[in-house]
Write a protein that binds this ligand. Structure first.
Ligand code: BGC
Length: 544
C-alpha cells in the first residue's frame, strides 16, 4: 500500500525520506561533510616524474624526455582538460536534499550489479572537496574541467520542486572554476536518472521523459548560461540505453519488450536532447551544445565484402544511431532503421527538423578500436533470425588480428576488457568522423583514457603513481591527434578521463582511470605520472 503510493508525486504519502528508505536504505557518509577550503598543493608534488622513454638521440631538457616534431602543433584555441561525473565522484548522496537515482538502487540493492558491492555514497567526496579538486588541476596547468550535474540533486524527484541547495552548490562549483581560470564544461545527464522518473513511467523508455528532461534543461540553462559556454546534454546514450532492461523487481515493471528497450530509450533521448538543444539556443544562441557519443574505431578485419558490410552495420548500430539523426538527416541510418521501424513510431517531419543539426561539435568519447567482422553464420542468416545472439546488429568484434594470435595493442585492466591501447588508429578515426558527420564546430575527444592494468593490486603509493601504460597512451593518442591536425582534421579539444580514480560503475573502485590517485580512506589526492605526460604534450606542442 505505502509502496505503490510512492509512485505518485502529489500523493500525500510521498516524501523524500520514504523514497530513500523504501528503495535504497541507509547510506554511508564521510567525516569531511562540509565544504572545505583547498589545502595548499605541496610544490614537491608538482615536480614532473623522471622520463619513461629513451629516445635514440639526445633531446634536451624537456620533461618527460621527448623529441619534438617541429611540423606538429595544437592551435592556441585547442582546449584540454579533465572530466568526471556526478555519481562517480560526488559522494554525499543524501546530503542537502538530493533525491535517489537509479544508481543508488543498483549499487545498494541489486546483488552483484557492482561486482565489488561498492556504492557511490562517498566516492571521491567531491561534493565537499571540489575547491581542492579545482585548485589541483589548475596548479597542473589544466584550464578545462568537465563535470556532470546530478539531476536528482536539482530536482529530487526528477520533476516538480527544485532543490535550492543544489543550485547553490553548483553555483559555487562553477564560480570556483572561473576564479581559477578553469573553463567549466557541464553535462546534464551522466546516467544517474532520478529514481522517481524510472518508477513513475519507466524513465527513458517513456516519451514522458522528454518534457521532464527539457524542463530540467530549462532550469540549468537559465541559471548558468551566462557562465558556462560548453554544454553536453547526455553522456553516451549507446551505453545508458544499453542498461535497459534494468534488473527486474527493483523498479516499476515495463511492457516494452526487452530487445526493443535500448531503441525506445534512444528514440526518447534523441527527442529530449534535441528539444534541450533548441531551448538552450533560444536562451543563448552562442552556447556550444552537443551530446557525447561514444565508441571505438571500426577496423575491417579482412578485405572480404562480408566484413565490409559488417563494418557499416557496426557504425550504423553504434555512433550512427545518434550521429546520423543529429548530423545528417534527422533519421536513423538505413540498417538500423530497417530494424527499428518494425516497432518504433517513425519521427515526424517536425521531429526530424528538430533533431537534424542539433549538435555544435562532434563530441566523442573515443577510447579504443575494434576489429569488425561478419558473424560466422553470415549477415543474412543473422538478420533473419532474431534469436541469433548478435541480432539485430549482426556484426562481430574482436581485439585480435585475423591471425587470431596478436592483439591490436596492450590490454588495459582485465576489469575493462573492451579497452586496448589502439592509438595507431586514431588519425583514421578522426578523419572518419569529420568526413562522415561533417560537424560544423569540429571534433572533440570528450573522454579518453586507460585503466592501468592491475593498478588496484599495487599497495604502496610510489608504485601506484608511476603509470607507464596510461602515460604512453596519452602521449601516443595526442601525437595521433597532432598527425590528424596536420592532415587537416578540425580537432578542437580533449578531455582526459578521469580527473581521478572514481566509482567505475559496475566495477566499483577496482578499475582505475584517474590521472590522480585518491586514497579512499583519507580522501587525499596524488598526481600520477600520466597527469604530467598529458600536460607536457600541450606544453611542448601548443601554439601560444
Ligand atoms: C563513461 C565513464 C566511464 C568511462 C570508463 C565512459 O564510457 O562516460 O563514466 O567511467 O567510460 O569506463
Amino acid at each position: 500500500m505505502v509502496k505503490s503510493s510512492i509512485l505518485y508525486p502529489h500523493s500525500s504519502f510521498l516524501n523524500l525520506p520514504d523514497l530513500w528508505d523504501l528503495y535504497v536504505g541507509p547510506v554511508s557518509t564521510f567525516s569531511i561533510n562540509t565544504t572545505v577550503q583547498p589545502t595548499p598543493i605541496p610544490s614537491s608534488s608538482l615536480i614532473p616524474p623522471p622520463s619513461l622513454y629513451y629516445p635514440s638521440f639526445p633531446t634536451g631538457q624537456q620533461v618527460p624526455l621527448q623529441s619534438k616534431n617541429e611540423s606538429w602543433s595544437f592551435p592556441s584555441t585547442f582546449w584540454y582538460g579533465v572530466a568526471g561525473a556526478s555519481y562517480q565522484i560526488e559522494g554525499a548522496v543524501k546530503a542537502e536534499g538530493r533525491g535517489p537515482s537509479i544508481w543508488d538502487v543498483l549499487s545498494h540493492r541489486v546483488p552483484d550489479y557492482v561486482i565489488t558491492n561498492e556504492t557511490g555514497d562517498v566516492a571521491d567526496n567531491n561534493y565537499y572537496q571540489y575547491k581542492e579538486d579545482i585548485a589541483r588541476i589548475a596548479a597542473l596547468g589544466i584550464k578545462t574541467y568537465s563535470f556532470s550535474l546530478s539531476w536528482s540533486r536539482i530536482l529530487p524527484f526528477g520533476k516538480g520542486p527544485v532543490n535550492e541547495q543544489a543550485l547553490l552548490h553548483y553555483d559555487d562549483l562553477i564560480d570556483t572554476c572561473l576564479s581559477y581560470g578553469v573553463t567549466p564544461m557541464v553535462t546534464l545527464y551522466h546516467w544517474d536518472l532520478p529514481l522517481f522518473l524510472q518508477n513513475t513511467y519507466g524513465g527513458w523508455l517513456s516519451e514522458d521523459i522528454v518534457a521532464d528532461y527539457t524542463e530540467y534543461a530549462r532550469i540549468v540553462f537559465t541559471r548558468w548560461s551566462s557562465k558556462v559556454h560548453y554544454w553536453f546534454t547526455v553522456n553516451e546514450p549507446i551505453v545508458f540505453c544499453g542498461f535497459y532492461p534494468l534488473p527486474e523487481n527493483y523498479f516499476k515493471a515495463t511492457s516494452v519488450p526487452k530487445k526493443q528497450q535500448p531503441y525506445s530509450c534512444g528514440h526518447n533521448v534523441l527527442l529530449a536532447h534535441s528539444a534541450a538543444y533548441r531551448l538552450g539556443k533560444s536562451i543563448n544562441d552562442s552556447l556550444s551544445i552537443s551530446f557525447k557519443n561514444n565508441g571505438g574505431y571500426k577496423i575491417q578485419r579482412t578485405d572480404s565484402a562480408a566484413d565490409a558490410e559488417a563494418v557499416q552495420r557496426a557504425w550504423d548500430f553504434n555512433e550512427g544511431w545518434f550521429a546520423n539523426p543529429t548530423f545528417i538527416n534527422g533519421d536513423y541510418p538505413s540498417n538500423l532503421k530497417t530494424y527499428v521501424e518494425t516497432f518504433l513510431t517513425p519521427f515526424t517531419q517536425d521531429q526530424k527538423a528538430q533533431i537534424n543539426g542539433s549538435c555544435d561539435i562532434f563530441a566523442h568519447d573515443a577510447y579504443t578500436s575494434d576489429f569488425i567482422m561478419a558473424p560466422d553464420s553470415g549477415i543474412a542468416a543473422c538478420v533473419s533470425n532474431s534469436s541469433n545472439a548478435l541480432y539485430p546488429g549482426c556484426y562481430n568484434t574482436t581485439k585480435l588480428y585475423a591471425n587470431n594470435y596478436w592483439a591490436m595493442g596492450p590490454a588495459s585492466d582485465p576489469g575493462s576488457p573492451w579497452l586496448y591501447k589502439a592509438t595507431d588508429w586514431v588519425p583514421a578515426f578522426l578523419h572518419y568522423m569529420q568526413d562522415t558527420w561533417k560537424p560544423k564546430g569540429g571534433v572533440a575527444i570528450t573522454e579518453f583514457g586507460m585503466s592501468e592494468p592491475y593498478e588496484e593490486l599495487r599497495t604502496d603509493l610510489a608504485s601506484i603513481l608511476i603509470d607507464p601504460l596510461r602515460s604512453a597512451y596519452y602521449r601516443d593518442y595526442l601525437s595521433a591527434i597532432l598527425i590528424a591536425l596536420s592532415e587537416g582534421v578540425n580537432v578542437v579539444g580533449t578531455l582526459a578521463w578521469s580527473i581521478y580514480d572514481n566509482m567505475e560503475w559496475s566495477q566499483g573502485y577496482s578499475v582505475k582511470f584517474g590521472i590522480q590517485f585518491v586514497n579512499l580512506t583519507t580522501q587525499e589526492r596524488f598526481f600520477k605520472a600520466s597527469a604530467f605526460e598529458y600536460v607536457n604534450m600541450f606544453n611542448v606542442y601548443q601554439d601560444k
